[in-house]
Design a binder for this molecule. Structure first.
Ligand code: GLC
Length: 549
C-alpha cells in the first residue's frame, strides 16, 4: 500500500467526540448487500454506491464483515491474506475509495479482524504443512501428535463449533486444532510472531484510514495450558454458558491491551469491538476495561425474548456491568450468525436464536418494529444488521442444495441456519435480483422479496424503512436517547416497560393485548397508531412509543 492511498479517519483528527459511545452501527455483510459488477456476489463497489442510502438512513458507522482474500470456506471468516481484498469483492483501491466516500459522507468504517484462526490456504499454514513435523513454522498454529497406539485419535476431546472434532489429521500424521471448520486452523497466540503479525495488520488498516475493528472470536485466542480435555460431549451446549479451556481465558486481555496501545497512536478515535461469547455480561465487561476494547456485543440482549420482565433484567444487568468499567452498553437484535429477529419473534419463545420455521410473520414483524424502537431508546450504542430496516424475515425455506453455511455442510444434526439471514437484500420492486445487482444472487431470493425492497418502502410512512429513518433522525435530536449509562424505570402495568432519561420517555407494551396507561408526554414516534384521550393512552399490543416530556 503506498502512502498516497491513505484516507484520513472521519472527522478530521483533533476533536474528541466519543462518537462511539452512542453510535448506531450498521452491519454490512458484503456478499449480500449490493453487487456492483453483476456477478451475483455483493462487492465493495456495490457498498460504495449505496453509502448515500446509509447516510440518509441516519446511521453513524458501517461495520463490514470480512472482504479479505479468502477461499470462502466460512464466507470470508477464513482469511488467506489479511492485507489483500478478495477479487470477488474488489481491490485495495476499491477499499480506499469506499473509505474516502464514507468519510466524505460523515460515516465511519469499521472492518472485521479475524485473529483466532486463518484460512488453511494462508501462507503460514501452507508452509507449516510443507515443512512437516518439528518445523518451527508449525508452532504458529496448534499442531500435536494424536493419542492412541498410532496417534490415530485426536489430541484431546474438544469439539468444533461447527460440529465434529476440533482436530484434523494431516497426511504426515500430526493433528491441528480448528475451533471452527477444518479450513480455519487456530493460531497459537503463545507465539510472539503471531502477536507481531497482528499488530502489523492493525497498522496496515489504520494507515488505510479505518475507524476501528470488530474483533472476531475475541474470546478464543488463548487456550488453557496443556489443552486439557473437557470430559463430556455435546460441548456446543456449553458455549456461551461456561468458561471453556478454549474460550474466555483470562490471557486474552493482555492481547487487547497491546492493541489498544497501537490504536492510541492514531488520531481520530479508532475503536475495537469485541465479539466475545461470555457466560455473563460481567465477563463481557472485562473486554472493555479502559485499557482494552471500546465496545463488546451484547449477546445476552440478542438472545432475550420479547418479554418485559426478561428485557428489564438484561437491560439492568448490562448497564450495571458496563458502568464500573466506563464502557457504553451495546444493543443488538440481529447479525449474520443468527435467525433474523423478525422471524425469532414470529415463533414461540424458547427456541433459541437458530431456527428455520417461519412462524407468524405478521406477529414477528410487529414485535420486531417495537423491539427496534426499544433498542434504539436505550443508553449506549446500537447495532443494525443489513435488511432489518426493511423488516426482512429469515429465508427459512432455502433448499438444502443451495445452503453454504459450513455448519450445514459439515455437521450431522446441525442445520445450517445461518444462510437464511444472508440472502441478498432487495433494493427494487422488480428486476434482476430485485436491484441487488445486474445479475443473479448467490443465494436465491424468495418470491415477493421485491415488496419488501427499499424502493417499495421509501416514502410509505407505515413502512419499516421509514420507521427506522424517523427513529434515527429523532435519536440524533432528542436529548436522552442513546446517551449515558443509566435510566430511570417508571411504574408500569405487567408486560409494559417504561423508562425515562432526561426529557425522554419510552413505553413498550410487550404483551399481545392493548394496555392503558397515563400519557407521559408528547408523542415523538411509535411503531403503531396510538390514541390518547383524557390523559390516558391505549398502547396497542407490541407497541413502543417514544415521548418527549
Ligand atoms: C464469528 C463470525 C462467524 C464465523 C466465526 C468463525 O462468530 O461471526 O460468522 O463463522 O466467527 O470465524
Amino acid at each position: 500500500m503506498t502512502q498516497h492511498l491513505a484516507a484520513p479517519a472521519a472527522p478530521a483528527s483533533g476533536t474528541h467526540t466519543d462518537w462511539w459511545r452512542g453510535a448506531v452501527i450498521y452491519q454490512v455483510y458484503p456478499r449480500s448487500f449490493a453487487d456492483g459488477n453483476g456477478d451475483g456476489m455483493g462487492d465493495l463497489d456495490g457498498v460504495r454506491a449505496r453509502l448515500p442510502y446509509l447516510r440518509d438512513l441516519g446511521v453513524d458507522a458501517v461495520w463490514l464483515s470480512p472482504f479479505y482474500s479468502s477461499p470462502q470456506a466460512d464466507a470470508g471468516y477464513d482469511v488467506a491474506d489479511y492485507r489483500a481484498i478478495d477479487p470477488m469483492f474488489g481491490s485495495l483501491l476499491d477499499a480506499d475509495a469506499l473509505l474516502r466516500d464514507a468519510h466524505d459522507l460523515g460515516l465511519r468504517v469499521i472492518v472485521d479482524l479475524v485473529p483466532n484462526h486463518s484460512s488453511d490456504q494462508h501462507d503460514w499454514f501452507q508452509r507449516a504443512l510443507r515443512e512437516g513435523p518439528g518445523s518451527p513454522l508449525r508452532e504458529r498454529y496448534h499442531f500435536r501428535t494424536g493419542k492412541g497406539e498410532h496417534g490415530e485419535l485426536p489430541p484431546n476431546d474438544w469439539e468444533s463449533v461447527f460440529g465434529g472434532p476440533a482436530w484434523t489429521r494431516t497426511p504426515d500424521g500430526e493433528w491441528y486444532l480448528h475451533l471452527f471448520a477444518p479450513a480455519q486452523p487456530d493460531f497459537n497466540w503463545e507465539h510472539p510472531a503471531v502477536h507481531d503479525e497482528f499488530r502489523s495488520i492493525l497498522r496496515f488498516w489504520l494507515d488505510m484510514g479505518v475507524d476501528g475493528f470488530r474483533v472476531d472470536v475475541a474470546h478464543g485466542l488463548v487456550k488453557a495450558e496443556g489443552l486439557p480435555d473437557i470430559g463430556r460431549s455435546d460441548q456446543l451446549k456449553l458455549l456461551g454458558n461456561d468458561v471453556m479451556p478454549f474460550f474466555d481465558q483470562d490471557g486474552v486481555h493482555e492481547i487487547y491491551r497491546s492493541w489498544r496501545k497501537v490504536l492510541t497512536e492514531y488520531a481520530g478515535e479508532r475503536i475495537l469491538v469485541a465479539e466475545a461469547w461470555t457466560p455473563t455480561v460481567e465477563r463481557a465487561a472485562a473486554y472493555v476495561r479502559q485499557d482494552e476494547m471500546h465496545q463488546a456485543f451484547n449477546f445476552q440482549y440478542l438472545g432475550t425474548h420479547w418479554d418485559a420482565a426478561e428485557l428489564r433484567e438484561v437491560i439492568d444487568a448490562s448497564l450495571a456491568a458496563m458502568r464500573p468499567v466506563g464502557a457504553p452498553a451495546t444493543w443488538v437484535l440481529s447479525n449474520h450468525d443468527v435467525t433474523r429477529h423478525a422471524t425469532r419473534f414470529a415463533n414461540p419463545p424458547g427456541l433459541g436464536t437458530q431456527l428455520r420455521t417461519a412462524g407468524d410473520r405478521a406477529l414477528g414483524l410487529r414485535r420486531a418494529r417495537a423491539a427496534t424502537l426499544l433498542m434504539l431508546a436505550l443508553p449506549g450504542s446500537a447495532y443494525v444488521y443489513q435488511g432489518e430496516e426493511l423488516g426482512l424475515p429469515d429465508v427459512t425455506e432455502l433448499p438444502d442444495e443451495v445452503r453454504q453455511d459450513p455448519s450445514f455442510v459439515r455437521a450431522s444434526g446441525q442445520d445450517g441456519f445461518r444462510d437464511g439471514c444472508r440472502v441478498p437484500i432487495p433494493w427494487t420492486t422488480e428486476g434482476s435480483s430485485y436491484g441487488f445487482g445486474a445479475g443473479g444472487s448467490w443465494l436465491p431470493q424468495p418470491t415477493g422479496w421485491g415488496e419488501l425492497s427499499v424502493q417499495a418502502q421509501t416514502g410509505d410512512p407505515a413502512s419499516t424503512l421509514e420507521l427506522y429513518r424517523s427513529a434515527l433522525a429523532v435519536r440524533r435530536e432528542q436529548p436522552g436517547l442513546g446517551a449515558g449509562d443509566s435510566l430511570e424505570w417508571l411504574e408500569a402495568p405487567e408486560g409494559v416497560l417504561a423508562f425515562r432519561r432526561e426529557s425522554f420517555v419510552c413505553t413498550a407494551n410487550t404483551t399481545g393485548a392493548a394496555v392503558r396507561i397515563a400519557v407521559p408526554g408528547r408523542i415523538l414516534l411509535s411503531n403503531a397508531e396510538v390514541e390518547t384521550a383524557d390523559g390516558k393512552v391505549e398502547l396497542p399490543a407490541d407497541t413502543t412509543v417514544w415521548w418527549a416530556v
